[in-house]
Design a protein around this ligand. Structure first.
Ligand code: NAP
Length: 349
């Protein structure tokens, strides 16, 4: 097993891509501002996975300027982490990537998932992740969801212990409220908050983003493409095989689906007219320009899905453009809905 000592991004490919990089923890843990999200690569809730294609996607990411890889134990119940670990080890690229994973969700053999952020669980999961990822240090470990039956401070103690032991480099929380983050920070500093954020899901504008700004906390914005809606390739007759979560996503159910698709068409026209870009490029640029410490997590499972990373650097959206983008979304999406359907149950439920 190997760790990554000299923090990277001395990699020629990443520098030459032009994509911005940023310090993930304030202590030199540099990462590309686009991260490869590997939930779909785990297969579960995305209609299955193709391991060879997934490995090519991961191994090809640094060439496109993307060195941050976000995974989680629950993605395919270990499968996503295993595929990431295999891809990184086989290509001997551990010193070229920043590995982010999570903890605090447990699953049973029937596929039931629930929250468990107890100290015991967090410590065990970190060791399991180290094995699956075939590394001796996790660059960023994030508490996946707050657990209402465990004191946030107990979870934070486990994270502090892992950092002290050198098993993790940076501490993150995901889907936490500002109040929960305040309590967590009584024990250990939060380097990263991971929350849903994209052109269609902007709840954190009112709470988590101001909190992150106040504390200089990095934001990993998940669902950057709103589960493919903002890719520009989505259409009303698209079918989602097997257990694909979009079969239960209220944004993909009519009549709302058409509202979102109309907004995407209007955003595509706006991007082409003003920037000679596409809606996907606009969606990612918008995220990065919202907050200097933001990173966009972009889920991809084939190498070509990351080709458009090349369209993100070198231009920016000013305040007037952002206001116009908001007006376009508000005009078309008259019945918006958030990503709440994804929240896993707690042991209390
Ligand atoms: P996403 O990034 O919004 O969308 C990913 C989907 O968009 C892909 O699976 C693909 O779907 C489609 N896509 C991507 N690039 C495309 C391209 N160039 N052209 C056409 N379609 C394209 O969704 P996400 O994967 O849910 O979110 C990103 C990452 O955030 C996850 O992988 C995970 O790492 C993280 N996340 C974290 C949490 C949390 O609770 N902390 C929750 C959700 C996600 P198809 O291949 O099916 O078309």
């Amino acid at each position: 097993m190997t760790g990554n000592s000299a923090h990277l991004l001395n990699s020629k490919d990443i520098r030459s891509s032009g994509l911005e990089t940023h310090d993930l923890n304030g202590h030199g843990l540099n990462a590309s501002r686009i991260g490869l999200g590997t939930w779909a690569i785990g297969g579960w809730m995305w209609g299955g996975t193709d391991e060879a294609e997934s490995i090519r996607t991961i191994q090809g990411a640094p060439d496109k300027g993307v060195n941050l890889i976000d995974t989680a134990p629950v993605y395919g119940f270990g499968r996503s982490e295993e595929i990431v670990g295999k891809a990184v080890a086989e290509a001997k690229m551990r010193d070229q990537v920043v590995l982010a994973t999570k903890c605090a969700l447990e699953w049973d053999d029937k596929g039931g998932v629930q929250r468990n952020a107890s100290k015991k669980r967090v410590l065990k999961e970190a060791d399991d992740s180290l094995k699956r990822l075939r590394t001796d240090v996790i660059d960023l470990l994030q508490v996946h969801w707050p657990d209402p039956v465990v004191d946030v401070r107990e979870t934070a103690e486990a994270m502090a212990e892992l950092k002290e032991a050198g098993k993790i480099r940076a501490v993150g929380v995901s889907n936490f409220s500002p109040e929960q983050m305040d309590a967590f920070q009584e024990v250990v500093a939060i380097d990263v908050a991971q929350n849903p954020y994209n052109l269609f899901e902007r709840d954190i504008d009112h709470d988590v983003l101001p909190w992150a700004e106040k504390h200089d906390t990095r934001l990993l914005a998940y669902g950057a493409l709103c589960r493919g809606l903002l890719s520009g390739r989505m259409h009303a007759s698209r079918e989602f095989p097997g257990d694909d979560l979009r079969n239960n996503d209220p944004k993909f159910a009519q009549p709302r689906f058409n509202q979102y698709l109309a907004a995407v068409d209007a955003l595509e026209a706006f991007a082409q007219k003003h920037y000679d870009k596409h809606v996907l490029d606009l969606a990612i640029r918008w995220l990065l320009d919202q907050y200097d410490h933001a990173f966009a997590l972009w889920g991809a499972r084939t190498p070509d899905q990351l080709d458009a990373v090349a369209n993100v650097p070198g231009w920016h959206l000013n305040g007037a453009a952002r206001a116009e983008i908001k007006a376009i979304v508000d005009q078309h999406v008259t019945d918006p809905v958030g990503p709440e359907f994804m929240a896993p149950p707690s042991r209390k439920d």
